[in-house]
Write a protein that binds this ligand. Sequence first.
Ligand SMILES: Cc1cc2nc3c(=O)[nH]c(=O)nc-3n(C[C@H](O)[C@H](O)[C@H](O)COP(=O)(O)OP(=O)(O)OC[C@H]3O[C@@H](n4cnc5c(N)ncnc54)[C@H](O)[C@@H]3O)c2cc1C
Length: 313
Amino acid sequence: MSRRDLDALVIGAGVSGLTTAVCLAEAGMRVIIWTAEPPERTTSYAAGAMWGPYHVEPVDRVRVWSAQTLEVLRQLATDPQTGVRLVSGIEASRKPVDPPEWGSQLGGFRTCEVSELPDGFATGWRYTAPILDMPTYLGYLRGRLEAAGGGIEIRRIDSLDEVVGVAPVVVNCAGMGARDPELAPVRGQLVAVENPGITEFFSEDTGVSPDLLHFYPHGETVVLGGTAQPGEWNREPDPGIAAAIVARCAEIEPRLRGARVVELRVGLRPTRPFVRVEKRQFRSARMIHNYGHGGAGVSLSWGCAAQVVAGSG
Ligand SMILES: Cc1cc2nc3c(=O)[nH]c(=O)nc-3n(C[C@H](O)[C@H](O)[C@H](O)COP(=O)(O)OP(=O)(O)OC[C@H]3O[C@@H](n4cnc5c(N)ncnc54)[C@H](O)[C@@H]3O)c2cc1C
């Protein structure tokens, strides 16, 4: 595709950029992604990932984006090739807390008896939610983009001036690369291990804490988490943190103790007071921003992408 033929340029090949590019291409636009790094080097690759619009604002728009995304993920879960599964499990807290307001949207949502919870936990809910194996899922999105005529080029943008004249619509899905003073990283580390036979997820509602506890089964592997370290930019996995994550998860599920580690993953959650999905004119280009999804970018991805498409025409 020569540049003259392009309808839209998307910056970024994480879940936001890929989903947006798929939606634009399937709406009939000629789309290319420019990304500094390939999908397997993004924060999106590092995510767990489970649907759940935690700690993101503005609440009214998040409600719409997350509900739209939930509907699409449920459809995708009917095809195992996508990496999306509907998995049942328990979310629990050591303190009495209220259920999440979005819980009733999830299949089989009910309050647990204390006897169903691990020792030391006071409240919990059982539900069925979409869980995404992100390496597989990003590959699926890439294939779907290519099938719709789009493509990916590895190209870092140092200044927005570089995108002027490339396409009439430019969508900024650069995550932490969006260079917005309101963005701050919240480092997350996860450990993928061989699955010793776990079929249900577990997630602790830790409130705001640097040490998280959850595990999500993805067939052959289980992804164990995690951390939430505000202001940390280091993308190198820390073996000490990894050992602590495994130990925390093994207290809840002893079969995880000694499970063979397959991969350590690190990502920087692009956190902002409000998710930014907004249209602006930038010289000759219609610039649409789609970044700042914090710890919920997977859960908002299809809703935000639909809003970009609505603003692109
Ligand atoms: C450990 C962890 C667990 C998580 N778990 C969940 C979960 O369970 N559920 C959930 O919904 N969310 C979860 N998240 C959050 C989610 O991963 C993020 O919100 C989401 O990945 C953000 O996606 P993105 O596409 O906006 O950004 P990214 O995935 O960071 O992608 C940004 C893209 O922009 C490109 N880019 C950056 N700068 C430039 C530049 N100058 N030029 C060109 N390209 C550039 C990058 O190369 C990359 O391709 C988790 C995050 C972490 C770290």
